[in-house]
Design a protein around this ligand. Sequence first.
Ligand code: GDP
Ligand code: MN
Length: 390
Amino acid sequence: PPSIRRISDKYDKVFVTGCLEPDTSGPRANAAFVVLARNKELEGVIQSIKSIERHFNRWFHYPYVFLNDGDFNQTFKDTITNYTSAPVEFGKIDPWMWGYPDWVDEAVAKEGVAKQGDAAIMYGGMESYHHMCRFYSGFFYKHELLQKYEWYWRLEPEIKYFCDITYDPFIHMDRANKTYGFTIAVKELRETVPNIFRYASAYKRINNLTSQGLWEMFIEKPEDKPADLPKDDPKYTKPLPDEILNTEPGAGALPEVDPEAMEGESYNMCHFWSNFEIAKLDWFRSKEYNDFFEMMDRSGGFWMERWGDAPIHSLAAGALLSPRDIHYFRDFGYRHTTIQHCPANAPMRQLPREPFLEATTTDEKARKEEDQYWAEWDQERENGVGCRCK
Ligand code: GDP
Ligand code: MN
């Protein structure tokens, strides 16, 4: 049987090992925390700020940018400012970045959203959630308060960091020439993105993009465990023929496809969980990323389905980046709601499938490399990568 080879040692390693005193002597990156939130989430935001301040930012003092489609009230602003000594800015999101664009038939879109509500799709019936996902997919990096920054670190209400982060991840990302960093990869709920992969793979095909190796992370392989949920009709997982892409844009444009007419790759639902992200804003600002977003957007999938920004960012990365552009923050202890990553307590070999790290091979040499990788990893953990999660 083929062995699984970890490819992370080849492309990506933990930046710093050992228990360190935070080294704050070097220069800072041009970077900020980005937090999208509503006034009513103040308590959850405080929890997140306390956690990141305690474990990182009390040493590094990176600024925060808070964004909201509404107005932050004075209580929110005053309270947040009290929990950090770093600079804080509060911004309002322009209506053109949030809500229905003028090319959308709003009645059709609202109907689409309502149907997902009836079908009990998670957040499917919540209009504001659709807007939020679209904002994080194609607009946050265009906000005026982010224009001066090169890097961002996304924070959400109700997250928790378990471990002290004693080095500057932006500086290390920059040095290692990384574009996108994650700490958790999970499977998406299939019913929220039934057509997303057809559009993403069509984008790749139309632009003659050949895989640089990361795309494979998102492809269902024969040895994959069956998805938790029953698969939808196979027509949703097949690539999109060109003629369909010529349909008029707008909500409701998601087309029916003859399943017999096509064959090919299907999406395994993997994605980087985007409530944590450290990434280079220039990548999002690139023409390639924006073409990708535009095509996905024009399909109407942000309303007719409930496409999350996580699978959007992930599939864009799959189409445009290579494994060496990605950094896995395996040493960050992080939790959001029910899912967490703990570098010390979670035995790395038993984590749920880490597709980014896996490639299949029957090669003996590769198998040895695999063993070597794990030996090194065990040693790194002994030396104090990450922390104990209590
Ligand atoms: P979940 O993590 O997928 O369960 O979704 P959340 O409710 O945490 O939303 C994701 C992020 O978007 C969080 O930072 C929320 O504060 C933010 N968010 C979601 N909906 C809205 C909204 O309507 N307005 C604003 N300003 N922020 C929102
Ligand atoms: Mn959340």
